[in-house]
Write a protein that binds this ligand. Structure first.
Ligand code: EPU
Length: 337
């Protein structure tokens, strides 16, 4: 039977390191625990928050309802053909342990996503992405439990309706299902994807281009730009990169010739929010105990003892100044509670 704890500290369960509490808290490493939790109906009496590893969340205060951390473990091969292998990982598997497992087993597809904090079960929710790759490129299916009917089912890749940092789990299925596991289709003979930024050069510095060296290069680039949550509380990119019409972007580029632009298609482009925020003068700035990282302006940090409201207040100021300077509305990537 699943154990329910009262007034539970979430300090170790959010990478901003904020001192906040859950009214009630439940943890389980198996599917039966989740079913038991749902059968006992806690989610009907209290508002429910399903938490992975807390690496993409900002608590602006205590969470009065019930937090469920479904931490199903295990990685196993469940299918195979000449070219690919299907690997299933429990929702609670640490994402980077999963990437390490794939690289060690010479399976390609997730190496560019090395060192992203969080759990495997959270990967499909915001379709984690980095260095030219996205979880959606390799997700075969996502296993879930329906919160109302307790039915166990799975969604195919297209049913997940993946987009840039987006999926059905952030929309129609928000608070309707609990993800228990994710299956990935990985490649026995990987096609290396080193086209993003300086990834190719950094990989070559590690030796030949292979899965191990791409992983090493990604880890080294991430470490040079992104703070370790254990040193400086943060949740990675705080905002999404805005997707804008090409006509608007081209006009803006008339005034800002150095603005990096990633063309998506003949209608829209992505502009790095980090660049916009830096141009507004925020990089390395502090606002009380909350701050903007000095090596990557897209990352907000807790310099120690910041409250969630301090960080949220800073985020609102940044959003306002980007809107005033560029006429662009940037949206948070992190979930704000
Ligand atoms: N840039 C600046 N100033 C900054 C930050 C970035 O000018 O302070 C410029 C860079 O010079 C570069 C461009 O913006 O030309 C892109 O920067 P970077 O490669 O660091 O990537 P990003 O767009 O800022 C995205 C993801 C990251 C991911 C990196 C690498 C989003 C919201 N973020 O950041 O993901 O690691 O690309 O692929 O899409 C995360 O989601 O938490 C995350 C860290």
């Amino acid at each position: 039977m699943i154990e329910i704890k009262e007034k539970y500290s979430l300090k170790e369960l959010n990478t901003f390191g904020l001192e906040v509490y859950a009214g009630l808290f439940a943890y389980t490493e198996n599917q039966e625990g989740i079913i038991d939790f749902l059968k006992r109906g806690f989610h009907k009496k209290h508002s429910l928050l399903i938490l992975g590893k807390g690496s993409n969340i900002l608590f602006t205060g205590d969470f009065k309802g019930i937090v469920l951390q479904p931490a199903i473990q295990g990685i196993k091969i469940v299918g195979e053909n000449d070219k690919t292998v299907i690997v299933e990982a429990g929702a609670g598997v640490n994402w980077d342990d999963f990437v390490q497992w794939c690289v060690s087993n010479r399976l390609g597809g997730v190496e560019n996503l090395s060192y992203i904090p969080g759990s495997t079960g959270s990967a499909p929710i915001q379709n984690i992405g980095a260095y030219g790759a996205e979880a959606a490129d390799v997700i075969e299916k996502v296993s879930v439990i329906d919160i109302e009917s307790l039915e166990i089912k799975s969604l195919t890749n297209s049913e997940c309706r993946f987009g840039y940092r987006d999926s059905i789990f952030k929309r129609e299925l928000k608070n309707r299902v609990i993800i228990t596991g994710v299956s990935f289709r990985l490649f026995k003979k990987p096609v290396f994807n080193t086209g993003y930024g300086n990834l190719k050069e950094v990989t070559e510095m590690m030796g030949e281009i292979n899965l191990e060296n791409i992983r090493k290069a990604v880890i080294s680039i991430r470490r040079s730009k992104l703070p370790e949550p254990s040193d400086l509380g943060n949740a990675g990119s705080f905002f999404k990169n805005p997707v804008l019409p090409n006509t608007f972007v081209d006009k803006l580029r008339g005034s800002y010739k150095d603005m990096p632009v990633f063309r998506i298609n003949n209608k829209s482009s992505k502009v790095p929010a980090g660049w916009l925020i830096e141009k507004c003068g925020w990089k390395g700035k502090r606002y009380g105990n909350a701050g903007v990282h000095d090596k990557q302006a897209l990352v907000l940090v807790n310099h120690g003892n910041a409250t969630g409201s301090d960080i949220y207040g800073l985020a609102l100021r940044i959003k306002k100044s980007v809107s005033e300077k560029f006429g662009i509305d940037i949206e948070p990537e992190v979930v704000i509670i």
